[in-house]
Design a protein around this ligand. Structure first.
Ligand code: SF4
Ligand code: SF4
Length: 247
């Protein structure tokens, strides 16, 4: 027993001090794109031509973060002339339109639903629904439960039963096989309830867009309150979105 206590004391506290202190990410992390709106249209077209997600709006010189997988091909092909991905992981939004990004996003706190803060600001319980995802979104959400992020210290937790939840956190492209389970789970959550679309699959179908095996984006089935882009979203992107939307 003494050995265990000694070991714990030697290890110290492993929990991140975020959001009180900034956190640095691995240099290859791709966050909010910095877009050069003065870029030559031919370069934008060449970026759009190699984008596997059809995520680049050529005329508007925007990137649809709800479709983008952050593969970085557009940055490479334009040598940074059209887009450079920053280390800014704060990309959650409360509207689908806001994800059509020209390099900036509206402050999430400004367009969050204020009554959700009042209701769930101190305690938010979520039921995770994997609606046909590849498991990377789910894995990176699980990371939030580790001692480093320790999501529960913010009063946010994932629970087993939708009856005990304040909302659902949905990942995956909503496969036809999962549609009924998703709707049943949503119906089982008592009102008022929140719906979070996490990852480009649930926001737009992601890499599965156009497949006859998926139903479509989550918002076409149930109303989404919070969008968290990424493929998968970095745990910090999810944490930032949850804290800024609900706290
Ligand atoms: S980073 Fe996004 S916008 Fe750029 S090529 Fe990849 S999917 Fe398309
Ligand atoms: S958004 Fe990307 S990581 Fe998440 S389930 Fe879809 S393909 Fe997998």
């Amino acid at each position: 027993m003494l050995k265990v206590i000694k070991n714990r004391l030697e290890q110290g506290c492993k929990t991140s001090k975020y959001p009180k202190e900034p956190i640095s990410l691995y240099k290859r992390f791709r966050g909010l794109p910095q877009i050069n709106t003065d870029c030559d249209p031919s370069i934008v077209r060449s970026c759009a031509a190699i984008c596997p997600q059809d995520a680049i709006l050529v005329d508007e010189k925007k990137i649809d973060l709800g479709r983008c997988t952050f593969c970085g091909r557009c940055e490479n092909v334009s040598d940074g002339a059209f887009v450079k991905f920053s280390q800014d992981f704060g990309m959650g939004t409360a509207s689908r339109e806001a994800l059509l990004c020209d390099g900036s996003l509206p402050a999430l706190a400004d367009h969050a639903k204020k009554h959700f803060r009042k209701l769930f600001g101190r305690s938010l319980q979520l039921r995770q629904v994997s609606a046909g995802g590849c498991n990377a979104c789910e894995a990176d959400t699980n990371v939030l439960g580790t001692p480093f992020f320790d999501l529960a210290r913010f009063g946010i937790d994932f629970v087993a039963s939708p009856r005990h939840a304040d909302g659902i956190h949905v990942t995956g492209p909503i496969s036809k096989n999962m549609q009924a389970a998703l709707i049943t789970t949503y119906a089982a959550v008592p009102s008022p309830k929140v719906v979070i679309a996490s990852g480009c699959c649930s926001i737009s179908g992601g890499p599965f867009y156009g497949s006859s095996e998926i139903v479509g984006d989550l918002n076409s089935i149930i109303p989404v309150d919070l969008y968290i882009p990424g493929c998968p979203p970095h745990p910090l992107t999810t944490l930032h979105a949850l804290l800024n939307y609900f706290k």
